[in-house]
Design a protein around this ligand. Sequence first.
Ligand SMILES: Cc1cc2nc3c(=O)[nH]c(=O)nc-3n(C[C@H](O)[C@H](O)[C@H](O)COP(=O)(O)OP(=O)(O)OC[C@H]3O[C@@H](n4cnc5c(N)ncnc54)[C@H](O)[C@@H]3O)c2cc1C
Length: 291
Amino acid sequence: MIPAAFTYHVPATITEASALLVRYGDDAKILSGGQSLIPLMKLRLASPQHIIDINRVPGLAYVREDDGVLRIGALARESDLDESDLVRSRYPILHDTSRVIADPLVRNLATVCGNLAHADPANDHPATMLALGVEVVAVGPGGERRLPIGTFFSGPFTTALAPGEILTEIRVPAPRPRTGGAYQKMERKVGDFATAGAAVQVTLAADGTCERVGIGLTNVGATPTQAARAEAFLRGKRPDDAAIAQAGRLAAEECAPTEDGRGSVEYKRDLVRVLTGRALRQALARAGGGR
Ligand SMILES: Cc1cc2nc3c(=O)[nH]c(=O)nc-3n(C[C@H](O)[C@H](O)[C@H](O)COP(=O)(O)OP(=O)(O)OC[C@H]3O[C@@H](n4cnc5c(N)ncnc54)[C@H](O)[C@@H]3O)c2cc1C
């Protein structure tokens, strides 16, 4: 329960933090909320020799909308999403997601960017960000670059961040008219990681057909999963009962769960079918102005 010894660094800027990451390479880890890293260190599953704590870097704890984008800074906590009227009213899928992550104590510290950077396929935000089609901003020795979320998760607990890069911002496109989103998660008990989860963000055309659909799945693959076949099937279609049922079946087919203490492969696939259908229905209701 006691981590191995490490050297603790407290940079004042992201540039300084990135330089430390470059200097110490694989021996260093960024510390944000510490809600994944510290448990791993206590269990000695990770023993970084250098901890680079970015919590004292000013100006990173924001959740704000400007120029048609919701910007979530590196030090915005899950509780900031939980408590934001802007998020609750304009981005209910984000509110659905943050409120089912762990418990209030964890959410007071855990950062949304850390949830993505950790790249645990069991984490909830990756699926939601895939459904929303966000961009992430990385700052490193080569300056700043933006990556589409679809290219971010390169393997289990692995991202496309280059050596020395820090995730500094998530950029969520502001919802167009007739847009709704929802996240549905099945957990064994409150605060648990998902047995499976489904995130859906949909924009309807004026004629009621699906103009844009994003579907992300939690904990049913080696990386967070984009249900691309289900998305393609719905695009241009009227989302009636038959189309919703078929989208759920396609999502179930294209995920790749493994058997563990949370259930069998068959059970998890069926859960994906059901949760995708539920999230779609709720997203459509919200696109129509409902809750
Ligand atoms: C009891 C418990 C229950 C939990 N339940 C859930 C759950 O139900 N759903 C869920 O999604 N999560 C859950 N979590 C995980 C939690 O949400 C994590 O905090 C989150 O995944 C990581 O965010 P963090 O800010 O704490 O990151 P940290 O723990 O500080 O860091 C995690 C990893 O990401 C890296 N990192 C962090 N920030 C950055 C950055 N800005 N740029 C580059 N790399 C970075 C770190 O170096 C480290 O490797 C749970 C955690 C606990 C302790």
